[in-house]
Design a protein. Structure first.
Length: 170
């Protein structure tokens, strides 16, 4: 019975940032969108690219590459927005994360996931849940709930309040 409850625990959405493979726990992913018009919001950190209108709701969009110090995401035919739910201190916040491309939902057994390395990755170790491996390719499994601090999430909530419900409409 416990096994059925953990079916999705080892499924990850894989995507690329700067030719590196990353993954998010599928339970935190709501949907994947093609890149749409993003409305810039003044006085926000550079990694917050702005907001989009998602079915009448303003959703902040974060450039993970900028957050991780990898430069800005450039618009290509493969660029997309991964809509995720981030939970911190029991509160859920929906946001979009830019990705160079989305690959697939990948199932990894516990034995395929190693602890995060202490160095040698392009991002801070506390953001990493573990390292997966498929063939000879490593996949950095992000802990999306640790990528943002409570102060940053409060800033995102403020961004939503300032942007209004019609942000991103063309």
């Amino acid at each position: 019975m416990a096994e059925a409850a953990t079916t999705n625990d080892n499924q990850y959405l894989t995507f690329t940032l700067e030719r590196e493979f990353f993954a998010l726990d599928i339970a935190s992913v709501r949907e994947v969108l093609e890149l749409v018009n993003i409305t810039r919001v003044p006085r926000t950190p550079d990694y917050i690219r702005g907001v989009i209108n998602l079915r009448g709701r303003a959703v902040p969009v974060v450039d993970l590459k900028m957050k991780f110090g990898l430069g800005a995401t450039e618009r290509t035919v493969n660029t997309c927005i991964i809509i995720v739910e981030v939970c911190l201190d029991g509160e859920g916040t929906v946001l979009g994360a830019l990705a160079d491309s989305v690959q697939e939902v990948y199932e990894m057994e516990t034995g395929q996931i190693e602890p995060p390395p202490r160095m040698g990755t392009p991002i801070r170790a506390e953001f990493i849940r573990g390292m997966g491996k498929t063939g000879d390719q490593f996949i950095i499994i992000l802990d999306i709930n640790k990528v943002f601090t409570s102060m940053e999430l409060a800033g995102l909530a403020q961004t939503l309040g300032d942007a209004g419900p019609d942000a991103g409409e063309a």
